[in-house]
Structure formats: structure tokens, C-alpha cells
Design a protein around this ligand. Sequence first.
Ligand code: DX5
Ligand code: ZN
Length: 234
Amino acid sequence: MSVLIAPSILSANFAALGEEIAAVERGGADLIHVDVMDGHFVPNLTIGPAVVRALKGVAKVPLDVHLMITDPDRFIEAFATAGAAMISVHLEVLPHLHRTVHAIKDLGVKAGVVINPATPVGAIEPIARDVDYVLVMSVNPGFGGQKFIPGSEARVQAVRSLLDRLQNPAPVEIDGGIDFQNVGGVVGAGARIVVAGSAIFTSPDSGHGARNPEQATRELKIAALAGVSAPSTR
Ligand code: DX5
Ligand code: ZN
């Protein structure tokens, strides 16, 4: 598997989501990352199933829905029906994680488990055989544009080793503070799905100083692929 680029629309222009999605798709986006926040698990509110349904109507690539909500069990079916191809849930909020992961799979959706920066990697071990992917947060969730937490590469590597030991080829996804400088390192550590919000939707183009999500997606993918051939020694 190569590296999949998943632009996070959290940093996109919400008044023009269709155009923003078309731009990153022209730049080679493999997935669209959708951040769902409830104002409880994280101190921010974003979007719900109605918007996911609208995105599904315009996106050509699959929707990767990241639930940062206190009670995901109540909403999984709504997001699946709305068109999510992948749904990830936070380990920190789920007392019955095995049940939740299988509920997602039973809806025909890929199931991911997310760990926050302060959650020990070992906590995913009991569920690691069952997941379709693991999402490692490299910022504390809630907002786009935060700084990458140093040492997150080592956590990616530890998750990759754990999945390998259990012979689960599920990819590791990384989310938070990814930019053109650090993407090679996280891919070298084993990440194969890369989420990027502000690097794609708000950073100025190197040549003209204007934002250019299409070109940023293209360049981020090139930088990410360079990391595949240059494995991290961290
Ligand atoms: C953070 C979200 C991220 C966010 C990433 O809570 O889960 O997906 O949009 O944005 P950047 O890439 O700007 O850190
Ligand atoms: Zn996210």
C-alpha cells in the first residue's frame, strides 16, 4: 500500500465545501477526512450527518469520518447511512470498544480506533486484531492548525509493530500538525494514511503566497512518498 492523503476539511472554506473537495481531488486526495466534534469530548462543535450526506453527493473519493464525540454509539448508524466509508472512534470514550468496532463493521463501514497523545499505545492491544485502521493523534484533538507533538513518530512506529505482531495489515493513520517538513518522518515511521488540514487548506503556495489546496495536496503527497523510501531511524 502506498500513502493515502486525507485532506481534513476542518480548515477548508465551509461556504464552498464542494469546490474545496474538487480542488484537493484534482491534487490527488485519496480520502476526505471529516472531523465531527460535539463540544463535550473536545471543546469545539463542527458538523453532523446532514453535512456528511451532502459531501457524499459531491466527493469522488471515500469519506473518512473521525468522531470526536462522547457517545459515538448513538451516531454511528447515522454517519454510515449518510455515506461514511470509514468511521473512527476514540478509545478514551468507549467502555465497550469491541462492540462499537463490530457495530461499525456490521454496517459495511471500515472501523478505526483513535488514540489521543496521552493514551498509552498498549491500550489498543485488546482491539488491535479487529480494527481496519488505527489513528494516532499527533495533537490534542479539537482544532486545526495546532503544532505537531514531537515524539508522535515513535507512537506510530509502536502501533505499527503491535499490529505487525498480531499479523494485522491495517494501516496506521496520523492526524494533527502534519506539514511538508514532518510528513516524511511520520511516513518513515509507518503511517500510511496522512491527514492534513491547515497545510492543505490554509498554507500559502510556495510560489505565489496565495492558498492553493490543489497544489498543496500534490506536494504533500510527493513529500509523503519520499518518506516511504527513507524509513525513519527514530
Ligand atoms: C484535530 C482534527 C484534525 C485537524 C487537523 O482535532 O482531528 O483532523 O483537522 O488539522 P491540522 O492538519 O491543521 O492539524
Ligand atoms: Zn481528524
